[in-house]
Design a protein around this ligand. Structure first.
Ligand code: NDP
Length: 293
């Protein structure tokens, strides 16, 4: 079967990577960008540039958005409201789950279907084996375009709730961003003690590489989080809490920013106060989770 036409709106680094990937797979691609010149190279490579969001939406049943946030998407879709009925809009822009749910209602009220997505790799990896993309929203609309969307990265459909895709995207970035801040904070500690970042950062990479083994030590962190049973291991909440206090103390001694250790330490203090001292470090989940219903 011939590759289906796709409209791509938003030509930042991510949108440009998606257009190139779709063109390489043989899809006719129509593009629109607020700053038209960002389409110049893509037009030379085979994309069709149109002058307005309405022309872009009218060009394809499948309309993919890659914008800064959902406010940008609102502006673009409002300008194309007349031609929305019957189309599937796949928004791969970032925003909060609640915002994506409200957008899903707005799009449905205008006769179209919104599938929310969250792409989990940086732009250079779009279309490679490393790429995967969370999706949520009406399943029939997702399935109808699944094969085309798979060109961008392996699709991971999560369910009908439009908010799920960006929620999991953000949960993954929660892991990633705190790890990056950890590396920066640790390098600042080392630097303040006279160890240059070029020497320390490779050491920090060892800890990052060892983290998966720590997370899975004792077997089943997910199960401990889910059941509330936190069997004792060598990494008790007491030991880890003392360590967290030492990281804070070191930061204070060296004049390094203390916001990150001040965020970590209370997880252990509260777990100890709740009687989890001899339990595994996983007991901090009881402190950070939303209360059980
Ligand atoms: P950019 O911020 O570089 O691109 C933003 C795009 O949004 C541009 O095309 C810009 O148009 C457009 N835009 C912004 N505001 C408006 C508006 N009010 N009206 C119309 N168009 C608007 O982002 P990226 O390309 O890097 O990323 C796009 C999305 O993908 C983001 O939500 C990002 O979080 C997500 N993402 C990005 C990754 C990456 O590696 N880049 C990785 C994973 C997800 P103009 O050119 O005119 O400024």
């Amino acid at each position: 079967s011939t590759p289906t036409p796709v409209t791509l709106i938003g030509l930042g680094p991510m949108g440009q990577a998606m257009v190139r990937t779709l063109l390489a797979a043989g899809h006719p691609v129509t593009v629109w960008n607020r700053t038209p010149s960002r389409a110049d190279a893509l037009v030379a490579e085979g994309a069709t540039r149109v002058a307005t969001p309405a022309e872009a939406v009218a060009a394809s049943d499948l309309v993919v958005l890659s914008l800064t946030d959902y406010a940008a998407a609102d502006a673009v879709l409002a300008a194309a409201a007349d031609v929305l009925p019957g189309r599937t809009v796949v928004n791969l822009s970032s925003d909060t789950p609640g915002t994506t749910r409200r957008a899903a209602h707005w799009v449905a009220d205008h006769g179209a279907t919104l599938v929310v997505g969250g792409i989990m790799v940086p732009a250079p990896l779009v279309g490679t084996a490393a790429a995967y993309v969370y999706y949520s929203g009406p399943e029939a609309a997702f399935r109808a375009h699944e094969r085309t969307l798979a060109t961008l990265g392996a699709p991971r459909y999560l369910g009908e709730d439009p908010g799920l895709a960006q929620l999991l995207y953000q949960a993954q970035l929660d892991v990633f961003l705190t790890a990056l801040s950890g590396v920066a904070h640790a390098a600042a500690l080392a630097e303040a003690a006279g160890v240059p970042p070029t020497r320390f950062v490779p050491e920090a990479l060892r800890t990052l590489a060892d983290t998966p083994a720590t997370v899975e030590s004792g077997g089943a962190v997910g199960e401990a989080f889910e059941t509330g049973v936190h069997p004792g291991t060598p990494s008790t909440a007491t030991m880890m809490g003392a360590t967290a206090a030492h990281v804070l103390g070191a930061s204070e001694e060296l004049g390094v920013d203390t916001a990150l250790p001040r965020a970590v330490l209370p997880h252990y203090e509260a777990a100890l106060a709740a009687g989890h001292g001899r339990d595994d470090w996983t007991a901090i989940f009881e402190v950070v989770r939303a209360p059980r219903e």
